[in-house]
Design a protein around this ligand. Structure first.
Ligand code: ADP
Ligand code: MG
Length: 249
C-alpha cells in the first residue's frame, strides 16, 4: 500500500461491487485517493456516483471488495464507524440542514451533540467557518430564511466543523438556481486551495478543469475512464466518455 508521510491513503477501494437486489450498481471499482488530491466524479444519471460516495462513509454497504478509509476497513462487523464518519465530511445536493435549528446550531450540532465538545469552542470554530464561507452575518437565522446558495455554504461549514480529513460532495450545485452556483463553487475552490482532500460528484466542468487532479467518468456502475482534466477533455479515449462530453460541454 502506498503511503504518504507514513500514513495510508485517505481512501482506498479495491474491486468494490455493490448490488441493490439483483441490480449491480457498482462493478469492480478500484480507486486510491491520496491526501490533498481532488477527484471529480462525473457520469450519466444512474451510473452509481452517489452510491459510490455514500459507500465511503457506509451510508450504503458494499458487498464485495474492500473499502479502507484512513487505513480502517469498512465492513459489516466493524466497530467504530462513527470514528470513520468523523473523518469524512459530506455535502449533499439538497443541503439537508436541520430546519428547526439556526445556522450556528446546525454548524455546531455534530461536534456538540455527537462528540460532546463544549459549545464555546465549537461555537468559536463555527463562527470562523461561517466567515470563511462568507455567511457570518446569517448565524442567527434559520435555514428557511436563506437562499439555496447560502444554505449550501452553511452545509459546507457544518461539514468542516467536524474537522474532516476528506470532503465528499454529491452534486452540491445541482439543486441551485443558476445565479447561486458560482458562490458555492467559489467556496469549493477556496477549500481546495487549503489543501483539503476532496471527492466531488459534479457536472460543473469549469470547476473540474480548474480544481481536479483527476476526473473519473462512470457509466453503468463502472469506472470507464480516468484522466487528468487536460487529457479528459481534449482526448477522451472511450466512446461513452466522448458521448457524455458532447452532451454536457
Ligand atoms: P447516480 O448518482 O450516478 O445518479 P445512483 O448511485 O444514485 O446514481 O444510482 C445508481 C443505481 O442504483 C441507479 O440505477 C438507481 O436507480 C439505483 N439505486 C440507487 N439507490 C437505490 C436504492 N436505495 N434502492 C434501489 N436502487 C437504488
Ligand atoms: Mg447521484
Amino acid at each position: 500500500m502506498a503511503e504518504q508521510d507514513g500514513r495510508p491513503p485517505i481512501v482506498e477501494l479495491q474491486s468494490v461491487c455493490k448490488w441493490y437486489g439483483t441490480h449491480k450498481v457498482l462493478s469492480d471499482i478500484s480507486l486510491q485517493v491520496e491526501r490533498g488530491r481532488k477527484i471529480v466524479v462525473c457520469g450519466p444519471s444512474g451510473s452509481g456516483k452517489s452510491t459510490l460516495i455514500r459507500c465511503l462513509n457506509r451510508l450504503e454497504a458494499h458487498q464485495e471488495g474492500r473499502i479502507l478509509v484512513d487505513g480502517i476497513e469498512l465492513h459489516s462487523k466493524m466497530r467504530g464507524i462513527e470514528q470513520v464518519r468523523r473523518k469524512v465530511g459530506m455535502v449533499f445536493q439538497n443541503f439537508n440542514l436541520f430546519p428547526h435549528m439556526t445556522v450556528l446550531e446546525n454548524v455546531i450540532a455534530a461536534p456538540v451533540y455527537a462528540m460532546g465538545e463544549d459549545r464555546a469552542s465549537a461555537g468559536k470554530r463555527a463562527e470562523e467557518l461561517l466567515a470563511r464561507v462568507n455567511i457570518a452575518e446569517q448565524a442567527a437565522k434559520y435555514p428557511g430564511q436563506l437562499s439555496g446558495g447560502q444554505q449550501q455554504r452553511v452545509a459546507i461549514a457544518r461539514a468542516l466543523c467536524m474537522r474532516p480529513e476528506i470532503m465528499l460532495f454529491d452534486e452540491p450545485t445541482s439543486a441551485l438556481d443558476p445565479e447561486m452556483v458560482a458562490e458555492v463553487l467559489d467556496t469549493m475552490v477556496s477549500l481546495a486551495r487549503t489543501g483539503m482532500t476532496m471527492i466531488c460528484v459534479t457536472h460543473e466542468m469549469g470547476f473540474a478543469r480548474s480544481v481536479a487532479d483527476e476526473i473519473v467518468f462512470m457509466d453503468k456502475g463502472e469506472i470507464v475512464e480516468r484522466a487528468p482534466p487536460e487529457t479528459f477533455f481534449t482526448s477522451p479515449r472511450n466512446a461513452r466518455t466522448k458521448q457524455f462530453l458532447s452532451q454536457i460541454l
